[in-house]
Design a protein around this ligand. Structure first.
Ligand code: TRP
Length: 463
């Protein structure tokens, strides 16, 4: 059928912004502060940055190379590059399963942001704040997520929105959309950080973010930081392989990866600059609050900072949550695209049918994840809600495992000639760090990831 009728991103900026669109999302603005808050702040962030440089960047470049070289979905890519070597062929399907799991629980949170956009649009937050009691936003949030109906409605709306964009194909839509959306998001984040830094909690927030307390580091903190690095960069499951299969031959893969990782880390840190001053400005709020952090601290900060300017207090939260919806959307599109491309190209299901299958399956699991947060829900496994379980299994185990094997594959299996050609665009670019890159791929990333796993499993104990 219409095999190889594959779209391409038109411009280099479009490539960077679409990849950054996949990377920047709830992982930066919601999950990063949550994890940093639960794992002690600055020390976590330091390990996180080390993981980005040592594992994240090399694996991202590897995913780009594999995708662009094969021009295929992630699963087919490994088959093409290592025909007959089935030890590598499960990396693609593992990524597909992980992608569906992430899409399911991620959409729950994206649904919350959609609800917050609507509530902000209706000016509900200012009314709520009006009666002055402290934890109105906390109560609102916990009641909302435990409700069986509304979160399901918003989650469904969000998944359908993703479906709509993916069904239209990857070309102009995603690219043009990302070009407008990403810069707007950056500007708004910087403006908000500026305001957050004027609050009374600013000093405490900054010291939480930047003054490491090394006694807080243990194997859980290390595993969380590694998981967050993989999650935030969208790597480990072939998502960026799929995107790179839409890159043109003249795209500089290394530069693109450095830009994407740089933008992603920058957005995460700026989110921290907004959230933690906000947290320390609200009486009774703790950084280790968990997933509610962003949804409770932010409405509070808007209320505190803009008490005298009702128009600003109305517009900014609306704009912020709206942009969060868009940032989530550019990420869920990439997860959906990963699975859709897999079904379409690998199993020869028509693209339209594939899109429907992915949407339906993720809708079912998304609703189950959402319901698992209700009080007394039966959807708890081993003391964890399905929502938390999906998050835990994917971010902390499946993504780093995928990353470990992508690194091993690139370091030990992939022909050097292919690596060289992809890094230099067939000799047109110079690439100075080839040996360093190969050393990272062969040894540093695999051994590092493995040690962190072993440490967590208590087989080794160095922290
Ligand atoms: N990186 C995105 C975020 O930070 C989420 C995401 C999109 C993702 N695609 C992915 C995570 C693939 C892991 C793998 O919000």
């Amino acid at each position: 059928m219409e095999k190889n009728n594959r779209g391409k991103f038109a411009s280099k900026l479009g490539v960077i912004l679409a990849s950054a669109g996949s990377a920047v999302g709830l992982g930066n603005i919601w999950r990063f502060p949550t994890e940093a808050g639960e794992n002690g702040g600055a020390a976590f962030i330091l390990i996180y940055i080390c993981c980005i440089i040592l594992f994240g960047l090399p694996v991202m470049i590897a995913e780009f190379m594999i995708g662009r070289n094969t021009n295929a979905d992630a699963s087919t890519a490994f088959k093409k590059l290592a025909p007959g070597k089935i030890q590598w062929h499960w990396i693609g399907p593992l990524g597909v399963v992980a992608g569906m799991m992430i899409f399911s629980f991620y959409s729950v949170v994206a649904g919350w942001t959609l609800n917050y956009t609507v509530q902000a649009g209706l000016n509900r937050f200012n009314h709520m704040a009006g009666n002055g009691t402290e934890n109105v936003f906390g109560n609102y949030f916990s009641n909302f997520i435990a409700d069986p109906i509304w979160p399901t409605i918003y989650l469904t709306a969000f998944i359908l929105l993703t479906h709509y964009v993916v069904a239209k194909g990857i070309e102009k839509g995603i690219e043009r959309f990302s070009k407008i959306m990403m810069p707007t998001l950056f500007i708004l984040l910087l403006v908000l950080a500026g305001f957050a830094l004027t609050t009374q909690g600013a000093a405490e927030g900054l010291s939480f973010l930047f003054k490491p307390d090394f006694s807080k580091i243990n194997s859980d903190v290390i595993l969380s930081a590694m998981g967050q690095a993989f999650f935030s960069l969208s790597i480990g499951l072939g998502c960026l392989c799929t995107y790179a299969s839409y890159f043109r031959p003249n795209v500089n893969l290394t530069k693109t990866a450095i830009s994407v990782a740089g933008i992603d880390t920058f957005v995460a840190i700026v989110s921290g600059l907004i959230i933690f001053p906000a947290v320390f400005s609200v009486p009774g709020m703790e950084p280790s609050e968990g997933p509610s952090l962003v949804f409770v601290a932010l409405p509070n900060i808007f209320r505190i900072v803009f008490a005298d300017y009702p128009i600003v207090a109305y517009i900014l939260p609306f704009l912020f949550y709206f942009l969060l919806v868009l940032a989530s959307l550019t990420s869920t599109i990439s997860m959906h695209e990963l699975v859709t491309a897999y079904l379409h190209e690998r199993h020869h299901i028509s693209r339209q049918k594939a899109t429907y299958i992915v949407t339906t399956v993720c809708l079912v699991f998304g609703i189950l994840c959402s319901l698992s947060l209700g009080s007394g829900s039966v959807l708890n496994i081993g003391g964890m809600s399905l929502f938390d379980l999906f998050d835990y299994l994917t971010a902390k185990w499946m993504l780093p495992l995928g990353g470990l094997f992508i690194a091993l594959f690139t370091g030990w299996q992939l022909e050097r000639k292919i690596i060289w050609e992809e890094l230099t665009n067939k000799g047109q670019l110079s690439f100075y760090g080839f040996k360093v890159f190969m050393f990272l791929m062969k040894f540093v990333a695999p051994v590092g990831i493995l040690l962190i796993f072993l440490d967590q499993l208590n087989i080794l104990s160095f922290s």
